[in-house]
Design a protein around this ligand. Structure first.
Ligand code: HEM
Length: 396
């Protein structure tokens, strides 16, 4: 019987549900030795913790797996604590100020205006891939449109896209997952090159603003934002847009094919997308630090402890979603999942993510109505709090 989480095992991302159900029933405040964190698994507790930033602090919560050596820190210099002022990593009042600034770029009008462009990016890609008759959904179909859309949104010139892609991946690895000392130094060099690039992009937009996110944020430097905050925002949004949506799309297509729901009728696409986010979320949860001793269900989470709010478990809580392990394309409350978080840190890109998922599904069902899985093993990337496939062979 499974006794604790295990990031190095396949089940941690692929099939943790029996274990999570036992925790919800028997140990709703679970001290995980493996994660070094208390884990909340019941829907009501997860939601309440997201809604209580005074006791469940976000300060430093994104950088939990950071373990940089002194040499790497010396190499990074003032950038050693990168992300320390990223919007998801701070509490009010800084959060309130940063969130206000970043929200200006995500107005409903600005998001809706991206739909046509995203549809076109999907059509262009399918024009190239469709004649082949088969593909790996993850590498050939899932990522490109989101990556290109995010680059356009930020204002990265098309010629620089590959460069930016490679370096964003490096800094993600450096700051968010443990690496050997030698690898850390390589990643640190790559990261500094990338920072230099973003600096130049900011300088260029300060001189000559355009209609993009970088120009909008650069105009706020001095009044609302610092230069560093703008650089952190740009780099992290590039990452958010490049990785999470493609992961969710891959999980979604796999689920729909396995459940024999392809092609999804257009009227059912919005709810199908929500049910797929509920049952196969690309985000498994968020970390927080307990600001004070927090009594809960007969235990006390001591002040200073790391706490994991398991949205993956919340999405399978039988008190909220009856028969939670079953996929119901018309589940009435599918969108009550917490895959975008909840409360003051609720994902600022949620509307854009939803738009991309629905648009991609609409285009894919239209262009590839005979899409089917190529039989074979399904594997996920090993990850603490992300769910994404490594490959998904399909044919049509
Ligand atoms: C399916 C795709 C996505 C998922 C599952 C997802 C998930 C999340 C979650 C769980 C949070 C809350 C973190 C916390 O409370 O600690 C969050 C916050 C955030 N997300 Fe997303 N996200 C997605 C797409 C995006 C996109 C496309 C963007 C931007 C283009 C984005 C930008 C952000 C930002 C800036 C925050 C921080 C908000 C704040 O702290 O106030 N996300 N996201």
């Amino acid at each position: 019987m499974i006794e604790d989480f295990d990031v190095s095992s396949d089940w941690h991302v692929a099939a943790p549900y029996d274990f999570l159900a036992r925790l919800r029933r028997e140990r709703p405040v679970f001290p995980s030795e493996h994660l070094g964190a208390y884990v909340l698994t019941r829907y009501a507790d997860v939601r309440a913790a997201y809604g209580d930033p005074r006791r469940f602090s976000s300060e430093g919560s994104l950088t939990i797996s950071r373990s940089l050596t002194q040499r790497t820190r010396d190499r990074l210099g003032e950038h050693g604590s990168f992300l320390s002022s990223f919007v998801a990593n701070v509490d009010p009042p800084d959060h309130t100020r940063l969130r206000r600034s970043v929200s200006r770029a995500f107005t409903p009008r600005a998001v809706a205006a991206l739909e046509r462009r995203f549809r076109q990016l999907n059509e262009d890609l399918l024009d190239r891939v469709e004649p082949r008759g088969s593909a790996d959904f993850v590498t050939d179909l899932g990522h490109e449109p989101s990556i290109k859309l995010t680059a356009r949104f930020i204002g990265v010139p098309e010629a620089d896209e590959d460069f930016v892609q490679a370096h964003v991946k490096d800094w993600f690895q450096l700051f968010l997952s443990p690496q050997s000392p030698e690898r850390q130094l390589d990643l640190a060099d790559s990261f500094l090159t990338y920072l230099d690039y973003v600096d130049r992009l900011v300088a260029a937009r300060a001189k000559e603003p355009r209609d993009d996110f970088t120009s909008l944020m650069t105009a706020l430097i001095g009044d609302e934002l610092s230069h560093r905050e703008v650089v952190e925002l740009i780099s992290t949004i590039l990452l958010g847009g490049n990785d999470t949506v493609p992961n969710q799309l891959g999980n979604t297509v796999l689920r729909l094919l396995r459940e024999d729901c392809w092609p999804v009728p257009p009227a059912l696409i919005p709810n199908a997308a929500e049910e797929c986010m509920r049952i196969d979320g690309a985000s498994l949860g968020s970390f927080r630090y307990a600001r004070t001793d927090i009594p809960l269900h007969g235990r006390v989470i001591p002040a200073g402890s790391l706490v994991l709010l398991s949205t993956d478990s919340a999405a399978h809580d039988e008190t909220v979603f009856p028969d939670p392990d079953r996929f119901l394309i018309d589940r009435p409350n599918a969108d009550a999942h917490l895959v975008f978080g909840y409360g003051i840190h609720f994902c600022v890109g949620a509307a854009l993510a939803r738009l991309q998922l629905r648009t991609a599904l609409t285009t894919l069902t239209h262009r590839l109505p005979a899409l089917r899985l190529v039989p074979g093993p399904i594997t996920y990337r090993k990850s603490l709090v992300g769910r994404g496939l490594t490959t998904l062979p399909v044919e049509w």
